[in-house]
Design a protein around this ligand. Structure first.
Ligand code: ZN
Length: 428
């Protein structure tokens, strides 16, 4: 009988033994950072992101480790370090500290081959704060791994090394208090990060005070038109309950461009929308157009910002103080590019909405330019030229409350569609 008793656990051990983490490798490809966890056998997994600071979590069934359980990562610019610990419910949690916001671009397993072990693979892409926030709701892999709710926050066992010990507490905190298995609402755009938070929109009525902007022949001033449209747009946006709107000015004052930008960053705005009206020599041209920052303009700005902001702290989720000038430049460039994609996305949705609401557009109405006001590196930004004050019909239109309501509701439609898309991108 003793022999039989001995055999039982042994057989069980063969079938149910903990997977062994044999290595963690990294790869960089086309802007993505790949994490490969090598295992001695197939294992289930669960992957999600956490904020404050940004972290990636990989949960595995309770695992043995052949490699150190915490270690700095010396590959690419995205990952700082990893640490791991065992959770109740038979789980092992690996937490990667990130240097900036990112999204999970893919998470899957690969079976062993003649040249490789069983693997869990996670691809990360650097992202804007917006996309990162939207991605917090997504869980990749087996949501019910270990049968444990994500919300449980069991304490970690004492890790061996001093560094790991210091971080023990933050690993325990790594389990989010609000379970990130919550599904994002489908049809209506909802604010990110919980029901209370509204998207923050900074509206920037162009010009003001001593700077009238364009002057129409009848004495109509651009600065008054932009303010009237911004007020109407604010009213409509706030009426939805989804947006908190901050105006760079709500009266006739002059504000420096840089201060307008700083306001968007200080408010941690989700979008920055600058409103203008154009004027040219010809009086037969009319229609609205939407500008986003051009690539060449942003390159120079990126370099300058990297230089200036090196002493100023965090931009686009990048802590510039802790980076070399060169690395800071690269990280900022990535953040800027992501933001430009989002700005272009918004511009396209605005164009669509303008067409649907019969707001006349210029041909090729989405344009790029190096407008200073578009250069906040961490806030998707567009500049809308609402029309031409050099065209008498358009002066009349832009001065009418009816048209101001219509163009505002078109902008609101475009912004709604933009946030729906941003959220949908995270559900693929
Ligand atoms: Zn203007």
């Amino acid at each position: 009988m003793l022999a039989a008793l001995g055999a039982g656990p042994q057989v069980r051990a063969q079938n149910n033994a903990a997977p062994v983490v044999e290595g963690i490798r990294y790869g960089l490809n086309a802007g993505k950072t790949r994490i490969v966890v090598d295992l001695d056998r197939k294992a289930d997994f669960r992957v999600f992101m956490l904020e404050g600071p940004p972290r990636l979590v990989i949960d595995l069934p309770r695992s043995e480790w052949k490699i150190p359980r915490s270690r700095p990562v010396a590959a690419g610019d995205l990952l700082k370090s990893y640490r791991s610990g065992d959770l109740d419910g038979g789980l092992t949690r690996i937490v990667f500290d990130l240097r900036r916001t990112a999204v999970v671009a893919g998470a899957f397993t690969l079976d062993r081959s003649s040249t490789a072990r069983d693997r869990v693979v996670v691809d990360l892409s650097p992202s804007s704060q917006n996309l990162f926030q939207a991605g917090l709701e997504k869980v990749h892999g087996n949501k019910l791994l270990g049968g444990a709710a994500l919300g449980a926050a069991p304490p970690m066992p004492a890790p061996e090394s001093g560094v790991a010990a210091a971080r023990n507490e933050s690993v325990a905190r790594a389990v989010p208090p609000d379970v990130p298995m919550r599904k994002p609402p489908g049809a209506a755009p909802a604010p990110r990060g919980g029901a209370e938070r509204k998207y923050v929109i900074v509206l920037d009525p162009g010009h003001g005070g001593a700077d009238p902007g364009a002057v129409a022949s009848g004495g109509i001033l651009e600065k008054n038109i932009t303010l009237a449209v911004a007020r109407e747009l604010k009213r409509q946006m706030e009426e939805t309950g989804r947006y908190r709107v901050v105006m760079t000015r709500d009266r006739d004052v002059q504000i420096r461009l840089r201060d307008r930008l700083d306001m968007a960053r200080r408010e941690r705005a989700d979008l920055f929308i600058s409103l203008h009206a154009d004027k040219i020599q010809r009086n037969d041209v009319r229609g609205a157009s939407i500008y986003t920052l051009s690539r060449t303009a942003s390159d120079a700005e990126t370099a300058r910002l990297a230089e200036r902001e090196n002493t100023a702290g965090v931009v686009a989720g990048v802590d510039l103080n802790s980076e070399s000038q060169e690395i800071a430049g690269i990280l900022l460039d990535l953040a800027m590019r992501e933001k430009m994609n989002e700005s272009s996305l918004l511009a396209r949705f605005l164009e669509d909405a303008f067409r649907r609401k019969s707001v006349r557009l210029l041909p090729n109405s989405h344009r790029s330019a190096g407008f200073a006001v578009l250069k906040a590196p961490d806030v998707p930004s567009v500049l809308i030229e609402t029309g031409f004050l050099s065209n008498p019909a358009e002066v009349k239109l832009l001065s009418s409350a009816e048209f101001q309501r219509r163009i505002s509701s078109a902008v609101l439609d475009g912004v709604d569609a933009y946030f729906r898309k941003i959220r949908a991108l995270q559900k693929i």
